[in-house]
Write a protein that binds this ligand. Structure first.
Ligand SMILES: C[S@@+](CC[C@H](N)C(=O)[O-])C[C@H]1O[C@@H](n2cnc3c(N)ncnc32)[C@H](O)[C@@H]1O
Length: 369
């Protein structure tokens, strides 16, 4: 029996679609295509499972239920009823519909969401709710795209990080920035302002061949069409064995709490043996006793005017440390302000801006040799 095939949308932070595309292709989806906001692939249930389990850069995995034209709410309701809802929603399962409308005759997103929810409930007996499985409706130029979220919690929630320091970077972003710097798990990585250790942990997991989704549940496990035995087999195969690595991953931070959090997170993620965390200021950092690797960090960036001088001083000090002690290393950092990047005095290339909360951040990196 052939498996049903779906269009699958892998969401990425805008600006990082090409980086996610690169990762997706590395996992064997060679026909993948980058589109605004993500990457599209085609596949069946095992592809949906693997994408959730393996992709470090995707923020969620959406499965397309259907795409059709509708220029009135009644048409939206009628055509929505024809979609394969029963694969995704069980009777009494809570679900929520989120709609966006752009340049379309249907312009009221609340009304659009309500019509689609009614159609899905009528077909399956599932219960529209504030919460539960998420259905996304996008209406653009009168074309309706309806998708089910197969991930549940956003995928940056790997399931290991309970301790968070100030202003953590999402794991998905950390992984995409590592990949942007060319990192594939084959060099030492050092983060001298590591906070709760996100960059160091992602790097260590990549080197150890640990899949990001190994420790969490996914929304697709609630779908009525879910086949737990087939998933268990696919999961075992996808997770593979742990790779041996002699590399070490180094994080430091001036804050004691950050170092405690980073160590606890590394422990839970099963990579504490590969990671070294120490409380140090950036000016005290020296390279580890290993061949040069990658220095990637996410220094503080302030929004308050009073922070400016102190921040510029910190970036200047960071630039000096890099110049004086890290010859031969590739260096990158993520910040929201071009002026702070320039304060390092380093020769840098800037990547496109990426939304991060209310700010836009960019990866700045030293040019490749
Ligand atoms: C934006 S946070 C990093 C967050 C981290 N990427 C994470 O995911 O948790 C910036 C970090 O820089 C640290 N920091 C600030 N000034 C420092 C200095 N002079 N030396 C070392 N660390 C410093 C702060 O304690 C904070 O943890």
């Amino acid at each position: 029996m052939s498996l049903p095939r779906f269009e699958i949308f892998l969401a990425a932070p805008p600006g990082l679609e090409p980086v996610l595309l690169d990762e997706v292709r590395d996992h064997g989806w060679t026909a993948a295509k980058a589109v605004p906001g993500g990457v599209e692939i085609k596949g069946s249930w095992p592809d949906i499972w693997r994408a959730n389990l393996l992709l470090r850069g995707a923020s969620r995995v959406l499965v397309r239920l259907g795409r059709f034209r509708a220029d009135a709410l009644n048409t939206l309701h009628g055509k929505s009823k024809e979609l394969p809802w029963k694969e995704f929603l069980a009777p009494e399962q809570p679900f929520t519909v989120e709609a966006t409308c752009r340049k379309s005759r249907i312009y009221h997103s609340g009304a659009a969401a309500e019509r689609v929810a009614k159609a899905a409930a009528a077909v399956t007996g599932a219960e529209p709710s504030e919460d539960g499985l998420r259905i996304f409706v996008r209406i653009e130029n009168n074309m309706v795209t309806i998708s089910a979220d197969s991930s549940g919690d956003l995928l940056h929630r790997r399931g290991f990080k309970e301790d968070v320091a100030k202003a953590p970077l999402r794991e998905t972003l950390a992984a995409l920035f590592l990949r942007s710097m060319g990192y594939r798990g084959e060099t030492t990585v050092l983060d001298p302002m590591c906070g709760s250790g996100t960059i160091v942990l992602e790097a260590a997991e990549m080197a150890a061949g640990l899949a990001p989704g190994r420790g969490r549940r996914f929304a697709f496990q609630e779908f009525p069409s879910f086949n737990p035995q087939a998933f268990d087999r696919a999961r075992t195969k996808a997770l593979g064995g742990r790779a041996d690595t002699s590399l070490r991953f180094h994080g430091s931070d001036r804050a004691e709490g950050a170092i405690k959090a980073a160590k606890a997170n590394a422990e839970r993620a099963g990579v504490s043996g590969l990671c070294r965390f120490e409380q140090r200021t950036v000016s005290e950092v020296t390279p580890p006793d290993s061949p040069p690797g990658l220095l990637l960090t996410n220094p503080p960036y302030g929004t308050r005017i009073g922070d400016r001088k102190a921040l510029a001083d910190l970036y200047r000090a960071f630039g000096a440390v890099v110049r004086d002690r890290f010859a031969g290393w590739r260096v990158g950092f993520v910040t929201s302000e071009d002026a702070l990047a320039k304060a390092t005095g380093l020769k840098l290339e800037a990547a496109p801006p990426v939304p991060h909360g209310s700010l836009k951040i960019r990866l700045w990196s030293t040019p490749r040799d």
